[in-house]
Design a protein around this ligand. Structure first.
Ligand SMILES: Nc1ncnc2c1ncn2[C@@H]1O[C@H](COP(=O)(O)OP(=O)(O)OP(=O)(O)O)[C@@H](O)[C@H]1O
Length: 696
């Protein structure tokens, strides 16, 4: 099926993958796993009934009652269960808050600024302090040694310190001289400049200046009013920053604040800008410089991986140059997608299982996705781990050496605008297939001048099987990194300019993917944080419907940000065994079983929800009847599950649904299947199909 002219916004040109993972805890149910959302609706008649929406997250720092499933209209018994479930949550939350005699462990609804002086040293720092903090010491000790003051800090104070917000902003006093300054916020210490450093799905990064010293920092400001903030996510990012403090190749968080409107993450300012932009601006880049950058990134990854953290979004935009005049040293930024495993001894048996999908959540950027990540998109596997970071480093290294990406999507359409940054479903599919095949070349024109050692490292990073792929240790001990490389001047800068299909597309694709993943994730988390009422849930059910061009429309028709409010799409799902469609079954591979091992065999007594066995896991077809009622159509797109009574999988209080992934795949069977698809929508002929991996 090719992109139809009548359907400019074909579904999932950009891919959406939603992973929901659940595990059970003693008090009711706590959903744990990667942030995510599932689209759940029941359809039995012309008027689709919206049934359920769930949200789950895996954050040990959660300050609000955890877990939960939110239900919209319909399903009386289910609704009653949800009310009971909600009440149980509130009771448990209040009980816990009241009974806690220990101030430090008492759950509070909000927290304010983190006392980062304890973590990072003095608050107001001069350049020397920043250098010290960012670990400009003996590299071996910084990367591998234990010379940190973490231990003291951890004992004194948890990183996620929780304090009542009260009215207005309050900053935690960190030193005796600040003990009385209990009403200070970001603007008491810093002033913003008008230098915009970058922006992402979360917020914008701007230069700020210390009022006291005039020293410049970078501050990431995350708008709390927006759809994308999540306190847990910020906490997680702060925690990971803290774990990574002192490493010379990871951007250092220096301070952070929260007020009524924003979060403020104050970081050291990386004056050299993002890697590829830096290379482009300099117009000059050598193999030796590529080697140094590779070593820096590998050092950062080793540090994170050794601590059980996968970055999961390694891409050139997140590699920042310290100095405007030199490409290295570089530092990794943007730790908000990073995931950290709990230490073995702290893991609950179920949470251990449930932690897997956190790494299995397909997040990141398209061109940098390792094959196993793409597998997760297309249902062949659900698990990937920190080796995906070293794959992404392989892609970055390839781009650094050649000026274009190793895997690129192409199609036959002469009008295709993919190389100009426009969406193209065929190109995207082609890109995914190429990544999955793991096939790339070293074209002689650019690679002829590049050393065999460099190519060998690329080859060992771009290994399709993660088992064969180099880990960070192997990268660092590779012979190319062990000694200076040739000062060969590379064609990278000019290729970055002329090969439109490289860096720019990488960035554009990454925007699509990251936004989709995060909006779906954080929006639901934010909603849960705010403890929305039943009616609110009902009126704002679901996450976002993803248009073919990657834009979003919420279930309630509210557009996110600047996304166009145009044609909406609905989604239908068909269970293959009961329905007339037989989509190709693409189960998780035997070596990477899906996260469906949770014991779901016991039904809940009072739940209307029928738990399914792991046998019910499988790949389901997901269809998208388009409703193209004109450019201004802002109707709520119905989410319809056809022929799937198991929609009750998504019911209240029962953690029966392990994960759902929506992945695009078109097969030759589609045309036939779709022609028999009875859709009650207008324009039923405009149906696109994606596969859905449902793990029960
Ligand atoms: N410490 C810093 N110094 C200079 N620039 C920075 C710094 N941190 C971030 N930036 C710039 O801001 C951009 C966005 O920052 P960051 O990636 O942390 O935000 P985000 O909202 O989490 O983005 P994403 O959507 O990629 O996750 C970066 O790509 C970079 O260009």
């Amino acid at each position: 099926m090719s992109s139809s002219p009548e359907l400019p916004h074909t579904l999932f040109r950009s891919t959406c993958v939603v992973v929901v993972t659940i595990h059970e805890e003693r008090n009711g149910y706590s959903a744990v796993g990667s942030g995510g959302a599932a689209f759940h609706h029941l359809h039995t008649s012309a008027a689709p009934i919206r049934v359920a929406s769930s949200e789950f997250y895996n954050d040990e720092e959660a300050t609000s009652p955890r877990g939960g499933i939110e239900i919209g209209a319909g399903g009386g018994k289910m609704m009653a269960n949800l009310i009971r479930h909600r009440q149980r949550e509130r009771d448990a939350y209040e009980d816990e808050a009241l009974s806690s005699s220990d101030e430090s462990t008492r759950p509070m609804p909000r927290y304010v600024g983190r006392d980062t002086d304890h973590v990072f040293g003095e608050f107001e720092m001069d350049d020397e302090d920043v250098v010290m903090r960012s670990g400009k010491r003996d590299e071996e000790k910084n990367v591998y040694g234990e010379e940190t003051d973490d231990d003291d800090i951890d004992e004194e104070e948890p990183v996620a310190e929780l304090l009542p917000l009260g009215g207005g902003t309050r900053r935690v006093p960190r030193t005796p001289r600040r003990k009385n300054s209990s009403k200070c916020g970001f603007f008491d210490y810093y002033k913003l400049t008008d230098e915009h450093l970058g922006s992402g799905a979360y917020g914008s990064v701007t230069t700020c200046k210390s009022i006291k010293s005039g020293q410049e920092f970078a501050v990431k400001i995350v708008d709390k009013q927006g759809e994308t903030h999540s306190r847990k996510r910020i906490l997680r990012e702060v925690n990971i920053f803290k774990t990574c403090k002192g490493h010379p190749n990871i951007v250092q968080l220096l301070d952070w604040f929260e007020d009524d409107t924003n979060f403020y993450l104050v970081m050291e300012k990386m004056r050299g800008g993002p890697l590829l932009q830096h290379i482009l601006q300099r117009g000059y880049f050598t193999e030796e410089e590529a080697r140094r950058v590779t070593k820096d990134i590998a050092s950062a990854l080793k540090y994170m991986h050794d601590r059980g953290i996968a970055h999961r979004d390694v891409k050139p935009e997140n590699v920042l140059c310290t100095d405007p005049n030199h490409v290295s040293p570089v530092k990794l930024c943007d730790l908000d997608l990073a995931s950290q495993r709990q230490p073995q001894h702290e893991r609950h048996p179920l949470s251990q299982v449930a932690s897997e999908p956190d790494l299995a959540s397909p997040v990141g950027s398209a061109e940098f996705m390792a094959p196993e990540v793409v597998d997760a998109y297309v249902g062949d596997a659900l698990k990937y781990d920190k080796k995906c970071d070293t794959w992404s480093l392989g892609v970055i290294l390839y781009i650094m050496l050649a000026g274009y990406a190793p895997f690129q999507g192409v199609c036959d359409d002469q009008e295709c605008g993919w190389s100009d940054g426009k969406p193209c479903e065929d190109c995207q599919q082609d890109l995914f297939h190429r990544i999955q095949d793991g096939y790339y070349e070293f074209p002689e024109e650019e690679w002829g001048m590049i050393s065999e050692e460099a190519k060998d490292l690329v080859s060992n990073l771009l290994k399709r099987d993660p088992v064969d792929r180099f880990n960070a240790d192997q990268i660092l001990s590779h012979r190319w990194l062990q000694q200076s490389a040739a000062p060969t001047i590379l064609q990278t800068p000019s290729n970055l300019i002329y090969r439109k299909d490289s860096a720019r597309d990488v960035q554009q694709m990454s925007e699509h993917f990251n936004l989709m993943n995060r909006l779906a994730d954080t929006r639901l988390s934010a909603r849960f944080d705010n403890k929305m009422t039943m009616s609110e849930c009902g009126s704002d059910l679901g996450t976002a419907t993803i248009h073919g061009d990657g834009s979003f429309l919420t279930m309630s028709g509210e557009p996110f940000g600047t996304f166009p409010r145009k044609k909406s799409v609905g989604i239908a799902i068909e269970k293959p065994r009961n329905g007339e469609f037989t989509p190709p079954i693409s189960r998780a591979s035997p070596t990477t079983p899906p996260p469906s091992m949770l014991d779901l065999s016991q039904d809940l007594d009072d739940s209307p929800v029928k738990r399914r066995s792991a046998d019910d896991s499988g790949t389901y077809s997901l269809f998208s009847p388009a409703s193209s009622n004109g450019e201004d159509d802002t109707r709520s797109p119905p989410i319809i599950f056809i022929g799937m009574p198991e929609i009750q999988l998504f019911g209240a209080g029962a953690p029966v649904l392990n994960s759902v992934q929506m992945t695009p795949r078109r097969t030759t069977e589609d045309e036939e299947s779709l022609s028999s698809f009875e859709c009650e929508q207008e324009n039923a002929n405009l149906i696109h199909r994606v596969e859905t991996q449902v793990n029960v």
